[in-house]
Design a protein around this ligand. Sequence first.
Ligand code: C2E
Ligand code: MG
Ligand code: MG
Ligand code: MG
Length: 292
Amino acid sequence: AVKARSGDGWQFFSEGLEEKARQRLMISTGLRLAIERNELSLRYQPIVAAETARIVGAELLLRWHPPTGEVSPAIFIPIAELSGAIVPIGEWVLRQACRCEASWRQRWGEQAPYVSVNLSARQLGEENLPEVFAAILRDTGADPSRLLLEITETALMADVEANLRVLRRLAEFGLRVAVDDFGTGYSSLSQLTRLPVDVLKIDRAFVDGLERSEENRAVIRAVAGLGAALGLKLVAEGVENDAQRQELCACGCEMLQGYHFYRPLIEADFARHFQAQQADGGEANAPSLYYL
Ligand code: C2E
Ligand code: MG
Ligand code: MG
Ligand code: MG
């Protein structure tokens, strides 16, 4: 079989590309109808206080389940960005996030977890994002100061001037901003200080192997120092074991997120965990806003 194909290598390669292109087309076509077909849902991954492991927030993570089987956001989000489908889908996510904040606060008051939600570069580039957001806040009654918008370092730094204009307007509403996947892009530190940012989310890549790598430890310490100097809170993503938890605590990282604590959960399970925590001396918790 190898010999039969050897004279035909290009054809073989092009079949692979065609297959990829076909998949991409199927995904972008399917995504356009995903909202009306009710194929989108969210998972809620707890974010915990490093010192106590108590839940203080939740990151909302998008899931898409077309009839053909679930597709990972790592695959469909980049395609949705290219096709523009991320704009209506992202708006659907924001509306869900705002509803969620309002209903949790009604249930648990000031101790309710804050709501962290991902915002794509494409959404940030939409001229009318502030108006759209203002309308969603009005419709849902969400408290903007308990919403954290996660924007990747790469998206933030791609066009600092334009982002600065949009983020200043969003910050006027009282919304909080996190730099997601911090350390994987190329931040100019002087640009970073100009942006209205509240939280740095240290990328999983630096947490992975932290307990074995002196380099990663040095990076985490440097980022923690930077965060402290700029008055930013730190969240570490992808915490998978107790050695990592201990090291991150020692570095002054206030919040942690990862499989060591919780996987992304359906809302009912998230609420059950948080409710159990409240029953078990929750009054002693700092209000979740303290962490933003
Ligand atoms: P992200 O924002 O950096 O989200 C964290 C990702 O790490 C999630 O993957 C989460 O499930 C995963 N994770 C959390 N803890 C651990 C851990 O301990 N170990 C490992 N190995 N992974 C962990 P997920 O849910 O597959 O999402 C992937 C990416 O897709 C997100 O990365 C985000 O960039 C994007 N995404 C997800 N939902 C949305 C959304 O609503 N809007 C936009 N624009 N992007 C989204
Ligand atoms: Mg995120
Ligand atoms: Mg992240
Ligand atoms: Mg990440």
